[in-house]
Design a protein around this ligand. Structure first.
Ligand SMILES: Cc1cc2nc3c(=O)[nH]c(=O)nc-3n(C[C@H](O)[C@H](O)[C@H](O)COP(=O)(O)OP(=O)(O)OC[C@H]3O[C@@H](n4cnc5c(N)ncnc54)[C@H](O)[C@@H]3O)c2cc1C
Length: 566
């Protein structure tokens, strides 16, 4: 059945309704298309072997089944995957999932809406929806757990523990838990994307190939996308070259599946934050999302906005990977290619799964490893009105310095980046203007510290510089990306407050329109790993949060730039 999306025009917007299906109903539909002689129940496969002309599957009762090839759809604990590639070690997510079904009769006084509900509390969530309309209501509740619990689809748990965990929940959520008599319970586990799915005439599909947590509700959906592509590839390459068909299928599907595996882990993290400051940061991000992204594109466009039929026509080079860029993307200039590869290294499966904290660590590591500061540069850590900064200067032997002081703000969308990571770049700006000193500012970042925290820090650093006797006429404000937006905002504040104006502002690729609505955002979607619209939106939302994104101090692109320095 089709469940309404919360946003009234959601169905028009995404081009399709949200279908809710009971697992048993889906299996029944799929099985009804198969000739009966193809179905062998209770045939538990123990091993498979490719003998060069075909594949033989052997079941635990010793029977053998022979075919031209084998597509293993044996789920999360796949025997075939283990045999081909070895056992993979899943990691306990520190969470338990409880699943239960209630009848319409049991919930009728709660007046549950047709659409699903999502309750988020500290370290725990409840996802509930009608599985069969006005017949069966589904509840999935997660709670934190220190005790590693088995991954199982048929183990029952003691509902008393769950009730205790939700006793202070919103009344309807608590009532639902109260009415659960019995429940399945399983530990939640994370698995990394595996290197290969295909070997010879054998390939993996569904959870066997790309197990994921259920927080994008995409496991079965991705299995269906797999099937569509696999069927197309077998048709294109002919049943005579199954290996080629399987390899093309894998090439086409793996990047998207990996993005969803990491993305669904990221959703687990976002929805299960337990520390108060992280919950505040997450809620702030969601507030920001409501302002510029009512259809939640930054989270869902890559999931729901994907058209498998169109994608197959375009070819595998247009499938997007973890950084949101096209797989076949090659840059013309070698330095652009290097930049692309560096950005792709930041978007590792683990970093993407850890959300903005993962991107922060990955970006810092990439900068420090690839752009170390020159050993001759003199640097020292300092605080300016409590704002941490790094001051740097080149030795006199390097060049004859003029009086210019560069006040630099690093990039990273107000969410990632640091003064330390910017030293190498800032030192080059300093040398380019032959200045005597550069100060790079470790301003506070979103979503933990939303607007105006970064601007407050930046303005304080500027004022402290002047208080230390530096003539504003010798100060150049400099920045890349969000840092360039910040440099402009500092100049705007100086103009508003009647402070002395700096000599000039150097802006490289300024992130100056945080509504993320410029036409180049859409134009370069898929071609630019650094400025992928989903990431840009997330960063912008984490910065302005409840504040107006068009405020010129947030988005200097909307400012009147009269009487600004060059
Ligand atoms: C709580 C929860 C909620 C979910 N919600 C959603 C959702 O809303 N939307 C969504 O798209 N996905 C959802 N999923 C994910 C979805 O259930 C799985 O991704 C999907 O079932 C995977 O299908 P599969 O056929 O690959 O594996 P499975 O459904 O696990 O099927 C594997 C089959 O192989 C059989 N098998 C196993 N070993 C052998 C063997 N050795 N020999 C023969 N047969 C074998 C098993 O008996 C089973 O029938 C959810 C998962 C969970 C746990």
């Amino acid at each position: 059945w089709t469940a309404p999306l919360k946003l009234a025009d959601g169905t028009d917007y995404w081009g399709a309704p949200l279908y809710n299906l009971h697992r048993a109903d889906l299996i029944h539909i799929l099985a009804s298309f198969l000739p009966e002689e193809c179905i062998h129940l209770n045939a538990k496969v123990q091993s498979v072997r490719d003998d060069g002309t075909g594949v033989v599957a052997r079941t635990i009762d010793g029977k053998e089944y022979r075919a031209d090839g084998l597509v293993a759809a044996d789920g999360i604990h796949s025997v075939v995957r283990a045999q081909l590639w070895g056992e993979t070690e899943p990691r306990f997510a520190g969470m338990l999932m409880w699943r239960s079904l209630l009848t319409a009769e049991e919930v009728k006084d709660l007046w549950l809406p047709e659409r699903g509900n999502y309750w988020t509390g500290p370290g725990r969530t409840m996802v509930t929806y009608w599985l069969r309309p006005q017949k069966l209501y589904s509840i999935l509740a997660t709670v934190p757990s220190d005790e590693v619990t088995r991954e199982s689809w048929d183990m029952s748990g003691d509902v008393k523990d769950l009730r205790e965990s939700f006793k202070n929940a919103e009344p309807r959520a608590a009532a639902l838990i109260e009415r659960m008599e019995k429940s399945f319970i399983t530990g939640m586990f994370f698995r990394d994307p595996i290197e290969k799915w295909t070997k010879g005439r054998i390939t993996l599909i569904g959870d066997a190939a790309h197990p994921m947590t259920p927080y994008y509700a995409q496991g079965a959906t991705q299995s269906l996308e797999d099937v569509w592509v696999l069927a197309e590839m077998v048709e294109r390459h002919g049943a005579t070259d199954l290996n080629a068909a399987f390899e093309r299928y894998e090439e086409f599907r793996k990047p998207r599946a990996a993005r969803l595996q990491s993305g669904s882990r990221r959703m687990v993290k976002i929805t299960h934050e337990s520390e108060p400051h992280k919950i505040r940061a997450r809620n702030g991000l969601w507030k920001g999302q409501r302002r510029i992204d009512p259809h939640l594109e930054s989270d869902f466009k890559f999931v729901w906005g994907y058209n498998i039929v169109e994608s197959l026509e375009l070819g595998e080079q247009y499938v997007r990977g973890l950084a949101g860029t096209y797989q076949g993307l090659k840059k013309k200039r070698p330095e652009s290619q290097r930049a692309l590869e560096l950005w792709l290294s930041v978007a590792s499966p683990e970093n993407v799964a850890r959300g903005y904290e993962g991107l922060r660590d990955g970006y810092e590591e990439m900068l420090l490893k690839n752009f170390p500061a020159d050993a001759r540069l003199e640097t020292r850590d300092e605080r300016m009105y409590e704002v941490p900064v790094i001051r740097m200067s080149w030795p006199q032997s390097e060049y004859k310095a003029n009086d210019t002081v560069v006040l630099h703000f690093h990039g990273g969308g107000y969410m990632i980046g640091s003064a330390r990571g910017s030293v190498e770049y800032a030192s080059r700006v300093l040398k380019a203007v032959q200045g005597k000193e550069c100060v790079t500012v470790d301003y506070r970042l979103g979503p933990e510290d939303p607007y105006p925290a970064a601007l407050d820090d930046a303005v304080l650093a500027y004022r402290q510089l002047l208080a230390q006797g530096v003539d504003a006429g010798n100060v150049i404000l400099s920045g890349e990306s969000s840092g360039a937006g910040l440099a402009l905002a500092v100049a705007l504040v100086a103009r508003m407050a009647g402070d002395p104006m700096p000599k000039g502002v150097i802006c490289v690729a300024p992130f100056a329109d945080l509504t993320v609505s410029g036409e180049t955002v859409a134009k370069f979607d898929g071609y630019d790993a650094a400025a992928n619209p989903d990431t840009l939106r997330m960063m912008a939302e984490g910065y302005f949060q409840g504040h107006e994104p068009k405020d010129p101090l947030v988005s200097p692109a909307f400012a009147d730039l009269a009487r600004m320095p060059p």
